[in-house]
Design a protein around this ligand. Structure first.
Ligand code: SF4
Length: 477
């Protein structure tokens, strides 16, 4: 009796805990799994994040052609099938939920996501959210208002999502965009980048659906020196992230055009800094292995980019350490009142975080300039560089890793180290593996796409399930 009376109070107490115990346990597990060389004070994985996740084997087909393209040559022989996508995404994400804990960012990725019907796309996002994932749809951005409207709104014309996250991939190495099939320069793509942002801005204005937009771009020697101008031209369009991927020799070898090995991380990052107009302090926070990822979080204030954390300011690094130590597992996406209650409780338990946070905020305001902030306001803007690896290195490295064998070859050994610290994985529930995206594309995609080609031929065969795939989509949650 007393237990029944106390149950709501207990539930309330649990709800107001700053961090969920399950998330804390998932972070602890993640930290323990990381190899020693990345267990640095700056490491984000295992402290605030379990890492990023992506789907695979769902809709490998694309209606543009990239040079290079990380998909295997069979990808375009596979039919896009909504029922298959729903079943697979549900299976993969259920596994990620079980292995990696209750919350993570996940990319709905394959070929081109907008080849799914708006209804199947929306249902897939719903499945991902049901597994605690914040989904981001990866697209080439060559779609219309009607598609976006039907994705965001239900048949009754009311929003079926509160927010959409999209990454628009735009670069001059892509062939086949409507109206611009062969761009000669990055600048020619700017109207298309702007149009992409404007579609989402219209959706927010007319229907209240919020958005988070990332700009992704492959970098080769051909467009390296155009990076800076892309950033200058596009940083006020509405993107919240600019992510650059130096090309690697992976995927369809028929589409390899240049010598990608001449690109070094420092060369590419220098061009990103040139565009941002300032040094980008990526060493304050590390995501996995620094040879894979560089990230600089900051604010765009007028024409000035201001870092949230400066890796050359010891007080900022102390603030980072305090944040990692006490804010692990805090869900900043929780409803505002609940989040406020949790933060008050956290501050009561660790009062020193209050002055630490206030001093950090003061430094940030001084860096941005009070006058500038009043005049321009501030928009969060993150710069990312993600460097995939060559398939020729990944194949032997992954094979040895699976046997638990370190390689004697320094290049393959370095590849193994990076794979072991991978921050971007894909789920294989049938084998119980979490596979780094590099290994997925270099080793597993060709076989997977060959099998999909049989399962989902371009010309549908008659079959028992929806769209002839023989698979049943998960029930709505
Ligand atoms: S996918 Fe490859 S490049 Fe990316 S983090 Fe994992 S190992 Fe590194």
């Amino acid at each position: 009796m007393l237990g029944a009376l106390l149950a709501p109070a207990r539930r309330l107490e649990e709800l107001a805990r700053p961090a969920e115990p399950e998330m804390l346990a998932a972070l602890r597990r993640r930290w323990e799994e990381l190899p020693g060389h990345v267990k640095q004070p700056a490491q984000l994985l295992g402290r605030r994040s379990v890492g990023c996740e992506g789907t695979h084997g769902v809709f490998p087909r694309c209606n543009l052609a990239c040079t290079p393209c990380y998909h295997s040559r069979e990808a375009n022989q596979v039919r896009v099938d909504g029922a298959h996508t729903l079943v697979e995404v549900d299976r993969q994400l259920a596994y990620l939920r079980a292995r990696r804990g209750p919350r993570a960012f996940a990319q709905l990725i394959g070929g081109e996501v907008t080849l799914l019907s708006p209804e199947d796309h929306a249902a897939t996002l719903q499945v991902m959210r049901a597994h605690g994932r914040e989904p981001m749809s990866m697209s080439h951005g060559d779609f219309d208002w009607d598609y976006l409207r039907r994705l965001a709104l239900g048949p009754d014309g009311r929003p079926r999502v509160a927010r959409l996250s999209f990454a628009g991939h735009f670069d001059s190495l892509m062939l086949g965009r409507r109206d611009l099939p062969r761009p000669a320069s990055e600048r020619e793509l700017n109207p298309y980048r702007r149009r992409f942002c404007e579609l989402f801005q219209r959706l927010q204005r007319e229907h209240g659906v919020r958005h988070y937009l990332a700009h992704t771009m492959t970098v080769t020697p051909r467009n390296l020196e155009q990076i800076a101008q892309v950033i200058r031209d596009c940083r006020h369009m509405g993107f919240r992230m600019f992510s650059f991927q130096p090309a690697a020799f992976v995927g369809d070898e028929r589409r390899w055009r240049e010598d990608y090995r001449t690109l070094t991380a420092d060369l590419v990052w220098a061009q990103i800094e040139r565009g941002a107009g300032t040094r980008l302090p990526w060493q304050a926070i590390q995501v996995g292995d620094t040879r894979c990822n560089r990230t600089a979080w900051g604010l765009q204030v007028g024409d000035r980019w201001v870092p949230v954390l400066d890796d050359q300011v010891p007080a900022d690094l102390a603030a980072r350490d305090g944040f990692f130590a006490h804010f692990a597992g805090v869900d900043f996406g929780a409803p505002r009142a609940l989040l406020a209650a949790r933060l008050v409780r956290l501050a009561a338990r660790h009062p020193h975080v209050v002055p630490l946070g206030l001093r950090w905020a003061g430094r940030l305001v001084r860096r941005a300039g009070v006058g500038r902030l009043v005049r321009h306001g501030a928009r969060p803007l993150t710069f990312v560089m993600h460097s995939f690896m060559d398939a020729a290195d990944v194949r032997p490295a992954w094979a040895l890793l699976q046997r638990g064998q370190p390689s004697d070859d320094p290049r393959i050994r370095a590849t193994q180290e990076r794979l072991a610290a991978c921050s971007y994985v894909m789920a294989h529930p049938q084998t119980g593996e979490l596979v780094p995206a590099c290994a997925q594309h270099a080793v597993l995609d060709p076989g997977e796409n060959a099998a999909l080609r049989q399962l989902l031929p371009l010309r549908p065969t008659s079959g028992p399930g929806p769209a002839g795939s023989g698979r049943r989509p998960p029930q709505p949650r």
